[in-house]
Design a protein. Structure first.
Length: 147
């Protein structure tokens, strides 16, 4: 335990704190002393006990207000985090949907390409058959004309 000697309202006090916390304790006491002296200057000398009580109430009020602001910011951050998660989910859902649509289009493209190739082969076969029939017809016609 460490000891810190402080001066408050013109009186010396010796306070104990954990080792390494001396500077922090001194900073807190400086702030309390400032609040106390501020109130003493604004309200006059109401008596040390009443000024200490008002100082404590003022410090607690500031603490409470700060706590409310921190809670409000935590809630805002929580809401923002929820909205971000929601947005992230929407983005991934959209991405998955588009990937599915692309896959479906690719599958349809492959199917259509296959159909076109198949129809092209049928068309070429049909043309070859028609060409053979025309050749046969012409040969038959020529051979009848020659005879």
């Amino acid at each position: 335990m460490a000891n810190v000697s402080i001066k408050f309202n013109g009186k010396e006090f010796l306070l104990s704190c954990d080792d390494g916390q001396e500077d922090h304790l001194e900073e807190l006491l400086i702030q309390i002393n400032q609040k106390f002296n501020e109130l003493k200057n604004n309200l006059g000398n109401l008596g040390e006990n009443k000024l200490l009580l008002i100082t404590a109430v003022k410090v607690m009020d500031e603490y409470h207000e700060t706590n409310k602001k921190v809670e409000k910011k935590k809630n805002e951050l929580k809401d923002l985090s929820n909205k971000f998660r929601e947005l992230k989910k929407l983005v991934y859902d959209y991405k998955d949907k588009k990937e599915s649509e692309i896959k479906e289009l690719n599958d349809r493209h492959i199917h259509l390409k296959s159909e076109i190739e198949e129809n092209q082969k049928k068309y070429e076969k049909l043309i070859d058959q028609a060409a053979d029939e025309i050749s046969n017809f012409v040969e038959n016609a020529n051979s009848k004309n020659l005879s």
